[in-house]
Design a protein around this ligand. Structure first.
Ligand SMILES: NC(=O)c1ccc[n+]([C@@H]2O[C@H](COP(=O)([O-])OP(=O)(O)OC[C@H]3O[C@@H](n4cnc5c(N)ncnc54)[C@H](OP(=O)(O)O)[C@@H]3O)[C@@H](O)[C@H]2O)c1
Length: 325
């Protein structure tokens, strides 16, 4: 039996149930991993609440990211051996002391990355990687707007975009978050609950606006985010922490300057194994060089997953949160 956090019915943080479960031996092409740390991500909230339906129905073990040690190999697995240190971002099953997964979703960890760092950064950091390098190529001298700049993905985006030479403007929910964002490469934090962020972006950029907006907030920042873009700018809507954007008339993109808009997902960008490994390598390189640091600002015991969710949804966290089995 292994400790795990399961969802038996959709709802608030209180539906997260800490219990013992049995897990099967790894089948062909699978590995069993003893997990040392599990990442907490906003996508876990969507699954818990029922906004994203779990493929296998209820009940399910929640959690999309973890890191640990390979303890058993299924038939035909040649890429890994017992004792290998691995991490993965994968659909569900991660809030547990052990799990079985397809070997082709696991990534070997470099020696300089701890289990805690890996669980705190793999999903969020690979997201920052594809957003900055593939969805839109951020270059030196560009103006970049990052919403929820002090969050898990947000702090990584700020550091990395700053490292690429962009001027980073970020929105945040409090003064303390503004200071944290600033310390992580966000040159111009904006308190978007108090200030008109469009007016501030116009002022900061002297009317030039931004080449790209990375928007994970959704409902409350749309359509204002579009007004922060210069003609032909890119609106990358990659999350909906405040709720989903309602249906909109696509002609708005024409009126606001022949804009591009995309709703990207890491699952698409990392679907092929070679892309998964390339995006992860890109991340390990910037973390390894010290250009991007992984702020693990909240650590909880696995049994306290409900508190981790309350804090994340309650906008009480900054940077990354992990659970320790
Ligand atoms: N598409 C992808 O590939 C992908 C991959 C990873 C994550 N994501 C998305 O990226 C976003 C960030 O994920 P994360 O795990 O790093 O979370 P996070 O940003 O650390 O937490 C969410 C933050 O959103 C802000 N927020 C604004 N309105 C909110 C509201 N009504 N309720 C709660 N929070 C609100 C809060 O910051 P302030 O207090 O500063 O406003 C809060 O701290 C999520 O939307 C997630 O779904 C997408």
């Amino acid at each position: 039996m292994v400790a795990a956090v399961r969802v038996h019915k959709f709802g608030g943080p209180e539906v997260l149930t800490f219990e013992d479960i049995t897990i099967p031996a790894p089948g062909p092409g699978q590995i069993r991993v003893k997990q040392h740390a599990c990442g907490v991500n906003f996508i876990d909230v969507y699954f818990r609440a029922g906004a994203y339906p779990p493929a296998g129905g209820l009940p399910f073990v929640i959690g999309n990211e973890a890191a640990g040690e390979v303890v058993e190999l299924g038939a035909g697995v040649t890429e890994f051996k017992r004792g290998d240190r691995v991490a993965y971002q994968i659909g569900l099953g991660c809030y547990a002391a052990e799990r079985v997964l397809p070997a082709d979703r696991a990534i070997k960890l470099p020696a300089n990355i701890s289990y805690e760092q890996a669980a705190a950064m793999l999903l969020k950091g690979m997201t920052a990687s594809y957003l900055l390098r593939r969805t839109f190529k951020v270059e030196k001298g560009m103006n970049v707007l990052v919403h929820a700049a002090a969050g898990g993905v947000g702090l990584l985006l700020c550091q990395w975009a700053n490292h690429l030479g962009a001027t980073v403007i970020g929105t945040v929910g409090s003064k303390a978050k503004a200071e944290l964002a600033r310390a992580n490469g966000c040159r111009h934090p904006i308190l978007y609950r108090e200030e008109d962020f469009v007016a501030r972006v116009k002022e900061i950029t002297a009317g030039k606006l931004c080449e790209v907006v990375y928007d994970s907030v959704g409902k409350t920042t749309f359509p204002a985010s579009l007004d922060c873009l210069r003609p032909l700018g890119m609106f990358a809507s990659f999350g909906s922490s405040s709720g989903q954007i309602e249906a909109f008339n696509i002609n708005i993109l024409q009126y606001k300057g022949s804009l591009f808009a995309t709703r990207p997902s890491l699952n698409t960008y990392a679907a092929k194994r070679e892309d998964l490994l390339a995006i992860a390598a890109d991340l390990f390189a910037v973390v390894g060089s010290g250009a991007v640091k992984v702020p693990i600002n909240q650590t909880y015991a696995l049994r306290d997953a409900a508190k981790a969710h309350r804090d994340l949804e309650g906008r009480a966290t900054t940077g990354s949160s992990i659970l320790v089995p």
